[in-house]
Ligand binder design. Structure first.
Ligand SMILES: [Fe+2]
Length: 135
């Protein structure tokens, strides 16, 4: 896996969510580094838990703003978030069993999912929020 970094192409034009996305990439990078350095399963689990917890918080923040602004795509967007959380939960069960290969798989999956989601779905709400004066 190449380096995990937030890219300007992921900018959704809503600063609070761009900051949260940057933090998610930072946490994924921390996890990747810990894997490369051969950190133990406990340390990896700790970072992974921080990452999943922050993902959940971030998702709630997005949905809260969508709801308060009556964003038309809220239900669909929330369904995507719920689906990701469910899939990560499944992968985490394997991860907890201690298969090191699975942790890379989890990280790859999460990174690819986020990049695609941000570039398609999140950018849509960006345009909507901007039209309501939220940047
Ligand atoms: Fe989202």
């Amino acid at each position: 896996m190449s380096t995990i970094e937030w890219q300007p192409a992921y900018d959704v034009q809503v600063s609070r969510f761009d900051e949260q996305h940057k933090k998610l990439f930072q946490l994924m990078s921390d996890l990747h580094n810990a894997m490369k350095e051969g950190e133990g399963q406990i340390k990896l689990a700790e970072i992974f838990n921080a990452l999943t917890a922050y993902t959940t918080t971030h998702f709630s923040d997005e949905i809260s703003l969508m709801e308060s602004m009556n964003y038309p795509g809220t239900a669909e967007h929330k369904a995507q978030h719920d689906n990701l959380i469910m899939q990560v939960g499944e992968l985490n069960k394997k991860f907890v069993k201690g298969d090191g290969v699975v942790s890379i798989e989890v990280l790859n999956f999460l990174k690819n999912w986020l990049v695609t989601h941000i570039q398609h779905e999140d950018k849509k709400y960006g345009l909507f929020f901007n039209s309501k004066g939220i940047y």
